[in-house]
Design a protein around this ligand. Structure first.
Ligand code: NAI
Length: 462
């Protein structure tokens, strides 16, 4: 068997980016992947397919609600679900083949099969044992199950099953008002399902800026999602192809039932390290089952590293990618680094929700003096023209130094707008630096500048 400088186990955004960076740095690299296509959860059954369905269902919403207002008259489109799924599948194929091309271009060997680590310096795939000076565990995560709720991927589904339903359900229950629950819940609401969301916490998207949470909940309700907060799901039972979900309201302990054709379980994910042989190898895990690493992504076994959803931190494709680049650089003797203070989070609903850095709640609990500059998209000409004026940009800056500490956006293209603030934060910018930067008119980005102006003397258009 060939000897490698690096074998990366897992070809999701963390693994494949790591493999490409290793190859670029001159390391002889292989990547182990057991799926039939490269790209991991994100490309095959996560980020990419969900974005295709979000895009398609948003177009339908535009046709139904806004085309007429713009003078685009005619029969509203109807949904051909099989064609929509074929479009989604085609999008996946283009992306996964793209990674295969990049592997070939960078001379990375794809070791097909599920890998394990029988000993430091060895990776077993099928009957073959390959030697590697360095091994990177990039095996990602899997759906976290909920006691009393058994996923069958037919009636009770995870996000994977929800992307491939046989038909659009009449009634759908979503357990968890987190990222997956609201992205996929809003897809099916737009496609005509009655969507009921049951959330354990007293807010949607726990951990987000509270003002964003309140606005987000209202917007999702306006889009037809019914939200029950403070609801602890106890069980789900399937009879004759229909599910009954039982939940307890935390406020008064009362028990309720709700029926559905489809139940989406979206209550979080857990690291996926099954079958790697970590126990036998003596790799230390955290008490939450994540692979424990130091700041250089090294595990306690020499030459074995881990990145992405398998280690602590937000379970985000781009966090995994950054760690993949960093660990490749570290293995190559460079100073790889990830700035965990500037990792954006995006929810790809319409409108999008994006955040970076501290929330107001974080700053209050840190006792840090700050100012909040806020600007509503109602004051943005482009957003009004595009029927996208719901939401706002909020920038949080240090009260004394004006340095940007965080930003929270709910509104059109929020997931793109957030990045100018990320770059500003990477450079240690003040809100005034953003406010003094010329922003093209008419763009959504002007709302970012206006929020920065609101940290100082005030915005122009409100
Ligand atoms: P999540 O952690 O975002 O949300 C889970 C929700 O379920 C929470 O609000 C939690 O309070 C609730 N919950 C937990 N137990 C419950 C119960 N018994 N009854 C009712 N509610 C309950 O997890 P989600 O949405 O499953 O996503 C998994 C991971 O994938 C997350 O880390 C997320 O960041 C990531 N992801 C990111 C995306 C993005 O960046 N756009 C898209 C999809 C997933």
């Amino acid at each position: 068997m060939a000897d490698y400088d690096v074998i990366v186990i897992g070809s999701g955004p963390g693994g494949y980016v790591c493999a490409i960076r290793c190859a670029q740095l001159g390391l002889k690299t292989a990547c182990v992947e057991g799926r039939e296509t490269l790209g991991g959860t994100c490309l095959n059954v996560g980020c990419i397919p969900s974005k295709a369905l979000l895009h398609a269902s948003h177009q339908l919403h535009e046709a139904q609600h806004n085309f007429g207002k713009m003078g685009l008259k005619g029969k509203s489109p109807s949904v051909d679900w099989d064609q929509m799924k074929a479009y989604k599948q085609d999008t996946i194929g283009q992306n996964t083949k793209g990674i295969e091309f990049l592997f070939k271009k960078n001379k990375i060997d794809w070791l097909k099969g599920w890998g394990s680590i029988p000993a430091a310096g060895q990776v077993k795939v099928g009957d073959d044992v390959h030697k590697a000076k360095n091994i990177v565990i990039a095996t990602g995560s899997d759906v976290a199950t909920l006691p009393g709720v058994e996923i069958d991927e037919e009636v009770i589904v995870s996000s994977t099953g929800a992307l491939d339903l046989k038909k659009i359900p009449n009634d759908m229950v979503v357990i968890g008002a987190g990222v997956i629950g609201l992205e996929l819940g809003s897809v099916y609401a737009r496609l005509g399902s009655n969507v009921s969301v049951l959330e354990f916490a007293e807010t949607v998207t726990p951990g987000q800026d509270a003002e964003v949470q309140r606005t987000f909940k209202k917007i999702m309700e306006k889009q037809g999602l019914s939200m029950t907060l403070g609801a602890a799901v106890q069980s789900a039972e399937v009879k004759n192809g229909k599910a009954t979900v039982t939940y307890k309201l935390r406020s008064d302990d009362s028990t309720h039932d709700i029926k559905a054709d489809t139940v989406l379980v979206a209550t979080g994910r857990k690291p996926f390290v099954d079958g790697l042989g970590l126990d036998a190898l003596g790799i230390a895990l955290t008490d939450r089952g994540q692979v424990a690493t130091d700041k250089r992504y090294a595990t306690n076994v020499a030459g074995v590293y881990a990145i992405g959803d398998a280690i602590p931190g937000p379970m985000l494709a781009h966090k995994a990618e950054d760690e993949g680049m960093a660990v490749a650089e570290i293995i190559a003797g460079q100073a790889g680094h990830v700035n965990y203070d500037v990792i954006p989070g995006v929810i790809y609903t319409h409108p999008e929700v994006a955040s970076v850095g501290k929330t107001e709640e974080d700053l209050k609990s840190d006792g840090r003096a700050y100012k909040a500059g806020k600007f509503s998209f109602m004051g943005n000409g482009r957003a009004k023209a595009n029927f996208a004026a719901d939401g706002f940009v909020k920038i949080l800056a240090d009260a004394e130094t004006d340095r940007i500490l965080g930003a929270h956006i709910i509104g059109p293209a929020a997931g793109d707008l957030i990045h100018e603030i990320c770059v500003a934060m990477e450079f240690g910018a003040a809100a005034e630096d953003l406010a003094r930067t010329c922003h093209a008119h008419p763009t959504y980005s002007e709302a970012v500048r206006e929020a920065a102006l609101a940290c100082g003397d005030g915005p122009i258009h409100s």
